[in-house]
Design a protein around this ligand. Sequence first.
Ligand SMILES: [Zn+2]
Length: 59
Amino acid sequence: MAQYIADLTGVCGCSWGVIGSSTEEVVQKTKKHAMDVHHMQEVPAEIAQKLQKATRPAM
Ligand SMILES: [Zn+2]
């Protein structure tokens, strides 16, 4: 099964990666992380763009 990972270091500065079975899942998990940890009501376009670049298929 394909997995995707996004390294948050370049997204919001946190030193861990979000793993999901689809890019959509990675986005959803990162949004939740942004809300819970960074108290963002919604993910700014800049962060969303960085997340897109940081997301890659995981081995
Ligand atoms: Zn973070």
